[in-house]
Unconditional design. Structure first.
Lengths: 438, 69
């Protein structure tokens, strides 16, 4: 009986949706975007840890990253918007610097190398075109993207369709994206020199340093990657619903498939069953990480936002993730915007993350040389992470402050501290300012 | 008792899930109520994708780029 009542309630709920007339039929057509908007965004990120993947799970992970970005959204007419997003990321990394630690007279996983790989710059651009129907209940979009760094190039394209129903209280979306990436692999210096000299110690760094420990250094497993491509295919589904005047929710699901070179060519691995060789205190690699050439990922996420009152809003997010490399994770995010005045909002935030280890992960010197796949990258290990911080938002809907033809609509600042249970710590500062063309 | 509670919540949720008219969406349209990440949040998402094994289902980018440092 109770089940029957529940079923009837469920069906009546849906039928009430169906009976609603769409009260937003077109009386007049408001422009999708009134005028050009320009966002300047910037972040500064700094991390440190002691499990560098480049040094096989042992070594400093110090990294700093500065990322200026500009996003310009332009109305092409009443219905169409073109958005161009251009950014760069300039980083220095002690970890990747140790791809070649032998530019120092005393190579060590615990000191930053001054080698060329210690610094790099990523540049990326995305152009997105969207079109809205006259009644604004159908939106389709297409985008192309490209990015490049020293050893990696990515080209992407995709498109999506969004439909709104039920007085725009219900929204469903589907999109598909493809990324075609290409590596220019860089290998740990000792492995590169060993292979370049016919699998001997007669040349390269071996002419300049004395090997200690096992002096008969012979990384038998090492060979160069033949496949240098990494392709990613993603299908994304979304559903959002206004539940009542103060509560709305959305669900997201992505189905991702990757194939190609999915391991990172310069991440070292040390085997438990191979005698250790050193130059100074830097242990010479037994091999690089080897991971399968396919990966299937399935993340499912949900947002729930509640307007508590004129002062407080609660923003929540949860995600479950699973993949065929043995990783499962849970992410929970909370943010509580507090409106101090009609222009200033502060928002404390907290994020919790936990993941299981990949079946291919083992710590430093724990893998065996007979295994097919192996990595000592702690990003694939089991850990928990806490992230907490705050943000400040200034909004002036009248754009009183102006620079040339642009008025400032809002300014945002965020700070977050991130701490991982394996000892990695990070801080990130983010800043954004939005201009509206007058 | 649990079933009754579940039933009550289901009925309440569906009852409250009535269509909200455009002129009633003042609170839903509050900028803090957006069902998407804030623009500056992209940088945090970016480093999380680097430092954690999982990604996606946040309405953002679903692939591409290395993220190996």
């Amino acid at each position: 009986m109770k089940k029957a009542i529940a079923l009837l309630s469920f069906l009546s709920g849906f039928s009430s949706f169906a009976q609603e007339q769409d009260s937003t039929d077109v009386a007049f057509k408001k422009r999708v975007l009134e005028t050009t908007e320009v966002d300047f965004l910037m972040s500064y990120y700094k991390q440190d840890g002691s499990h560098s993947a480049v040094s096989g799970g042992k070594g400093m992970e110090e990294l700093t990253d500065l990322t200026p970005t500009i996003v310009v959204a332009m109305p092409l007419n009443d219905d169409d918007v073109l958005t161009v997003d251009v950014g760069l990321s300039a980083y220095s990394s002690a970890s990747s610097g140790n791809i070649n630690p032998f530019d120092s007279a005393t190579p060590s996983p615990w000191q930053a190398s001054s080698g060329a790989s210690a610094k790099d710059m990523w540049v990326g651009m995305t152009a997105n075109y969207s079109h809205s129907s006259d009644d604004r209940n159908t939106i389709w979009n297409g985008h192309v993207s490209g990015s490049a760094e020293y050893d990696y190039i990515s080209i992407g394209f995709g498109g999506g369709l969004t439909k709104l129903f039920n007085d725009k209280n219900t929204e469903v979306g589907i999109s598909a994206n493809v990324y075609l990436d290409t590596w220019s692999p860089i290998y740990p210096k000792e492995l590169q020199d060993f292979a370049d000299n016919g699998n001997t110690l007669n040349g390269g760094i071996f002419n300049n340093f004395t090997i200690t420990g096992n002096t008969d250094y012979d990384p038998k497993n090492f060979k160069f990657h033949q496949d240098k491509n990494r392709n990613s295919y993603a299908l994304s589904l979304s559903f959002s619903q206004v539940i009542n005047k103060k509560l709305q929710t959305s669900l997201f699901m992505d189905v991702l498939h990757q194939q190609g070179l999915l391991s990172t060519p310069y991440q070292r691995v040390y085997f438990a069953d191979v005698a250790d060789s050193f130059i100074n205190e830097f242990q010479l690699a037994d091999d690089i990480e080897r991971l399968p050439d396919t990966r299937f990922k399935l993340p499912i996420g949900a947002r729930l936002n509640y307007y508590i009152d004129e002062t407080f809003v609660l923003r929540t997010y949860y995600r479950f993730y699973t993949d065929n490399w043995g990783i499962q994770s849970h992410t929970a995010n909370f943010e509580l915007p507090i409106k101090l005045t009609d222009r200033f909002t502060v928002f404390p935030m907290y994020r919790y993350y936990t993941q299981t280890a990949s079946k291919y992960f083992a710590p430093h010197e724990a893998h065996l040389s007979t295994e097919q796949y192996y990595t000592s990258d702690y990003d694939l290990s089991s850990f928990d992470a806490h992230q907490y911080g705050f943000g400040i938002n200034y909004t002036d809907i009248f754009t009183g402050a102006k620079i040339w033809k642009f008025g400032i609509k809002n300014i945002d600042f965020r700070f977050n501290h991130y701490t991982r249970s394996d000892g990695l710590d990070a801080n990130i500062f983010s800043f954004g300012i939005k201009f509206i063309q007058q | 008792m649990k079933k009754i509670l579940l039933l009550g919540i289901t009925i309440l949720a569906l009852h409250s899930c009535s269509s909200v008219k455009e002129y009633e969406k003042e609170k839903i349209n509050d900028p803090d109520m957006k069902l998407s990440a804030r623009p500056e949040e992209r940088f945090e998402t970016n480093f999380q994708v680097y430092r954690e094994a999982s990604s996606g289902a946040n309405g953002g980018k679903t692939g591409g780029g290395c993220g190996c440092n």
